[in-house]
Write a protein that binds this ligand. Structure first.
Ligand code: ADE
Ligand code: ZN
Length: 330
């Protein structure tokens, strides 16, 4: 049995496996520009974030109906449960769907149905986090928040994703303030490809409670000290960082530096269908590549629950599960 953990950095659209993409394409009468699952998989070779995003957005064309979104989330949650995930906070990109004529209600209702089913059948608790696409205008983000208002009972927070460089957090000051006023939690991708200053802006301007990725904070020792002092969690995604060439090799990943700096580090999968593994694969990957001892891995798992938007009773329960966990070799 895999160590109990929360997954806090997971784009549901990034869990679209080639097999399901072809199945949904056929169901919806959509022609994919690939002849086979194998040919599609061969396209999963990226040079940077943008080269991945181009394929990621293109493949989403197969997602059209409420059932499509429910099937996508159900497939992820089943995989996640098998990898020890006890709680998942799931990003979705409404603008990538509404721009194709799919209503936001179709997206949220389909996802929320699968999440409720998985809570009952698999015992996984979960949350939905609506992400704004930072390479689209700020006005569009505000329209997206407005269109989400009838569905806020199913949405815990907002996030910020897509092409980072040239799209600083500052651009989204107003929409994050409006989200906060609506009672939503706030997270933001920052310091993945973009500079350490975007991490600072995410905290100061957006009121971000967690930083997604954040690995480039290491370029600014004062910022690292602040992240430590304020115990701001980082949702780090090792396989993603290698596949998108933020880091050259897993063996050179700065995870030990972040842990050594006293930060609340968590390990996550980002877009597991595209980056070669789900969250336990990432955790086991860094354990081997970076020679992490069992207690360090347990601490990463505890951090995932500390950083989650959970009620205190369930948080304590899940941390106790980690405390009791022993690896097969221990
Ligand atoms: N959207 C999906 N995955 C992403 C990532 N790693 N960075 C920014 N936007 C994303
Ligand atoms: Zn991400």
């Amino acid at each position: 049995m895999a160590i109990p953990k929360a997954e806090l950095h997971l784009h549901i659209e990034g869990t679209l496996e080639p097999e399901l993409a072809f199945e949904l394409a056929e169901r919806n009468g959509i022609e994919l520009p690939f002849d086979s699952v194998e040919e599609l998989r061969r396209a999963y070779s990226f040079t940077d974030l943008q080269s991945f995003l181009d394929l990621y957005y293109a493949l989403m064309s197969v997602l059209r109906t409420e059932q499509d979104f429910a099937d996508l989330a159900a497939a992820y949650l089943e995989r996640a449960a098998a990898q020890g995930v006890r709680h998942a906070e799931i990003f979705f990109d409404p603008q990538a769907h509404t721009s194709r004529g799919v209503a936001i209600g179709t997206v949220v209702t389909g996802l929320a149905r699968a999440l409720e089913d998985a809570e009952r059948s698999l015992g996984i608790s979960s949350r939905l986090i609506l992400c704004f696409l930072r390479d689209r205008p700020a006005e569009e983000a505000m329209e997206t928040l407005e269109s989400a208002r009838p569905h806020l009972h199913a949405i815990t927070g907002v996030g910020l994703d897509s092409a980072e460089i040239g799209n600083p957090p500052e651009k989204f000051r107003e929409v994050f303030a409006a989200a906060r006023a609506a009672g939503l939690r706030r997270v933001a991708h920052a310091g993945e490809e973009g500079p350490a200053d975007y991490v600072r802006q995410a905290l100061d301007v957006l009121g971000a409670e967690r930083i997604d990725h954040g690995v480039r904070c290491l370029e600014d020792p004062e910022l690292v000290e602040r992240l430590r002092r304020e115990a701001v969690p980082l949702t780090v995604c090792p396989f993603s960082n290698v596949r998108l060439r933020v880091v050259e090799r897993l063996e050179e990943h700065p995870l030990p530096k972040l842990i050594g700096a006293g930060l609340v580090v968590t390990v996550n999968s980002d877009d597991p269908a595209y980056f070669g593994g789900y969250v336990e694969d990432n955790l086991d990957g860094v354990r081997r590549a970076l020679d992490l001892d069992p207690e360090t891995v347990r601490e990463l798992a505890r951090n995932s629950f500390r950083a989650a938007f959970l009620d205190e009773e369930r948080r304590a329960e899940l941390i106790a599960e980690v405390d009791a966990y022993r690896f097969p070799a221990e």
